[in-house]
Design a protein around this ligand. Structure first.
Ligand code: ADP
Ligand code: MG
Length: 707
């Protein structure tokens, strides 16, 4: 069939599920199973059992009362059961004619009129009973279960499934040596009825262990490969001046009395800062400085809780880069954040003679052209902006360090574009160093073993002098008390954030919400400047509002979640989050991190509403409780992992695409450890098997895993 021939809806649905290759189909595992291997006698059945019965149809009629339905009476020799269908086709009615021998599967209910089954699955009682459980696959509407079963079965029989893990490597902690990949898949698609179903459900069955180990190994292999590929690439050596004796400038006037070195840019920045670095900041600056002084591109993830002070670390790295004569780009996920970084970095670096440029999507053409020229000529050594920085038209003279703030907020596609951009911009056969920053840390041990291709730096200490934020849960019905509390803070000269939730799929609703709250607060706080910020406002207006708040004229800022990432106004001491039950845990933590940035005692009020329900849902309650109990981002991350499961955590959050389908990082730590150790062995001793393994498991996805 020519590639461009129109695809049937079923083929399109298969594509959508990613079920194109035989191996992908073989790896499409059941959600659950149905047991069609036995027949239960009605005389032995209990109320509510899901069973399969077999018998002869002794009655078949359409009844019109109380509503139109097909009533079929099935006699299995022990008792009679009535099968009821409210919707049915003529063909079905024919197949269920009196005298037919059929099997029916469903839930039996007892009662006044004897046994009944509502809408059972029926089939003619021909042939032997199956010997394996029947798989039920995850699917979409366009793809009927029966068709999908055939597709998967044929994929399973055609796929090349020879083992890629040598038996000797499958140790006790690793995949069970008794189960080959083929056996494991065969079993998981068609388990024998004697299996303990619980071991299939919780994925503890040896066949599951085998698959999870395979998946983790593929992930580790691909990261290891990309780490090794990177080791072959060249990057500019970026060293602070004092580390390069040949570059030192000497003060000739003092020639007679011992010579004094002019301090490096990095040192001058350090001494110009209004604070001293924390030990953790010094350590991570050291780690970064060490990496970028190597001729190999750095790929480092800098994680640190909100407010830990990552920006200054970025500025110091930039200073080292700039002093070495190269350009540095800093990208932030939102304009507000980019704007703020720009302001801060300009404030720190321009007095030291550094020329900066600013790039965003909403910029006027004329200004943009000017900026592009500065970047291309190399006059601007620091470029700050949104992802506009990685757009096609931007040409750097020599980009040597790219810093991505709040990297998890950028989509996978944007991160891929950045990588490609960096290669594209390479002028001297070199790639820039890459520093990614994030405030939604994953537990360090997990990060280290999972991200085999990243170095991880962790700021595990907050700057001194911060008073911990007190978090209170308050029922929506006590809103007036919260307003009173705001008055208290305003009287002390403090500022207040009030965040309204993002209601998914309805930006319009969001807006009403924020607008209403804004009107309410303005009325309740006469004489106080209450601002409103939401994502639909024109950029210039957003900036104006943000500036008023940053400079302190505006006392209260009502906003949607646009302020979530990184905004820094140290005088703000109270954060109110409305409908806190609708937010995710790490999002709440990020929001809370907007206060407690100065020395003032700060508080976060989580206003929750139970809506119609008498109580909050279980996960919402767990999230709010976690917020109340801890301020520690790593602990929050751990709880988040617990509440949501790491599949979503690492998958959707960290990369924008689910990466682990089978393994669960919270519980499969042993398998992860096994995979981490097995990957280099396989790659070195059996490179062909390693290649086959990655291709089989990741197909076209390997590139994404590196991003
Ligand atoms: P984040 O890690 O969330 O990006 P920021 O870089 O925005 O945090 O820093 C939070 C605040 O702490 C800023 O106002 C910053 O200037 C300040 N800060 C950073 N490092 C220190 C330090 N060592 N001592 C005191 N204040 C600091
Ligand atoms: Mg930040």
């Amino acid at each position: 069939m020519p590639a461009n021939a129109a695809k049937s809806p079923m083929q399109k649905a298969l594509d959508r599920l990613g079920l194109t290759r035989d191996i992908d189909r073989a790896l499409h595992l059941p959600l659950r199973y149905e047991d069609e291997t036995r027949i239960t006698r009605l005389a032995d059945a209990r109320e509510g059992d899901h069973i399969q019965i077999e018998g002869t149809v002794v009655g078949c009629e359409v009844s019109l009362r109380p509503r139109r339905q097909l009533l079929v009476r099935l006699d299995d020799g022990s008792e009679v059961c009535t099968l009821r269908f409210f919707s049915f086709y003529p063909a079905q009615q024919k197949a269920l004619a009196v005298g037919a021998r059929i099997r029916a599967r469903g839930e039996v209910k007892g009662g006044f009129l004897g046994w009944t089954m509502m809408h059972p699955v029926t089939r003619p009682a021909t042939g032997d009973l199956p010997t394996a459980l029947t798989p039920v696959y995850p699917t979409v509407a366009a793809l009927p279960q029966a068709y999908l079963r055939k597709v998967v079965a044929s994929g399973l029989s055609r796929a090349e499934l020879s083992d890629t893990i040598p038996a000797a490597m499958a140790g006790r902690a690793g995949p069970q040596p008794l189960w080959s990949l083929r056996q494991a898949l065969q079993f998981l698609h068609h388990p024998t009825p004697d299996v303990a179903l619980a071991t299939l459900e919780d994925h503890s069955h040896p066949a599951w262990q085998r698959l999870k180990a395979e998946e983790l190994l593929a992930q580790q292999l691909s990261q290891l490969q990309s780490r090794r590929e990177r080791a072959l690439l060249r990057a500019p050596v970026l060293q602070p001046a004092h580390a390069r004796p040949q570059a030192l400038q000497w003060e000739s006037a003092d020639a007679g009395r011992g010579r004094v070195a002019v301090p490096s840019l990095h040192e001058r920045l350090l001494s110009a800062l209004p604070f001293a670095l924390t030990a953790a900041q010094q350590r991570v600056v050291g780690e970064i400085a060490h990496d970028i002084a190597q001729p190999v591109p750095m790929h480092r993830l800098l994680q640190g809780d909100v407010g830990a002070g990552k920006t200054v670390v970025a500025a110091l790295a930039a200073a080292i880069c700039i002093e070495a004569g190269a350009q540095c780009a800093l990208m932030a996920p939102t304009e507000i954040l980019a704007q703020q970084h720009f302001g801060k970095l300009v404030g720190w670096l321009e007095p030291l003679g550094i020329q900066t440029a600013w790039l965003t999507g909403s910029q006027k053409t004329k200004q943009r052209r000017l900026m592009l020229a500065l970047i291309e000529s190399g006059e601007a050594s620091l470029v700050v902006g949104t992802h506009a920085v990685i757009q096609d038209k931007v040409q750097f003279k020599q980009l040597a360090l790219a810093i991505i703030d709040e990297q998890h907020r950028f989509g996978v596609a944007q991160r891929l574009a950045l990588r490609q951009k960096m290669v594209h911009d390479d002028l001297q056969g070199q790639e820039p160093h890459l520093l990614m920053m994030t405030a939604t840390p994953i537990p360090r041990t997990l990060a280290m073993s999972y991200y085999a291709d990243l170095e991880v730096s962790t700021i595990d200490e907050l700057p001194p002098g911060r008073t911990p934020i007190v978090t209170k849960l308050v029922n929506e019905s006590r809103r007036e008390e919260v307003v009173q509390r705001i008055r208290g803070q305003l009287a002390l000269g403090r500022q207040v954030y009030w965040v309204c939730p993002l209601i998914e799929e309805s930006e319009a609703l969001d807006l009403t919400n924020a607008t209403e709250t804004h009107a309410q607060l303005s009325a309740a706080l006469p004489g106080v400047m209450v601002g409103l910020l939401h994502s639909r406002m024109p950029q210039a207006e957003k900036q104006a509002v943000m500036a008023l708040f940053t400079q302190g004229q505006m006392a209260v800022l009502v906003s949607t979640t646009v302020i979530e990432v990184g905004v820094d106004v140290p005088n703000a001491s109270l954060m109110v989050i409305e409908h806190a039950e609708r937010f995710g845990l790490s999002q709440l933590h990020q929001l809370r991190g907007r206060v407690g940035r100065g020395a003032a005692a700060s508080a976060c009020v989580l206003l929750y509403s139970t809506g119609e329900a008498p109580r909050l849902g279980e996960t919402a309650r767990a999230r709010l409780k976690a917020m109340q109990e801890t301020n520690d981002g790593f602990e929050i991350a751990r709880r988040d992992l617990e509440i949501r499961g790491p599949g979503e955590f690492l998958g959707a959050r960290q990369s924008g695409a689910a990466m682990l389908r089978f393994a669960d990082l919270a519980t499969d730590t042993q398998l992860l450890e096994w995979a981490r150790q097995a990957a280099p062995v396989l790659l070195d001793q059996h490179p062909a098997l390693a290649e086959k393994h990655v291709a089989r498991w990741l197909g076209g996805k390997a590139e994404f895993l590196k991003a």
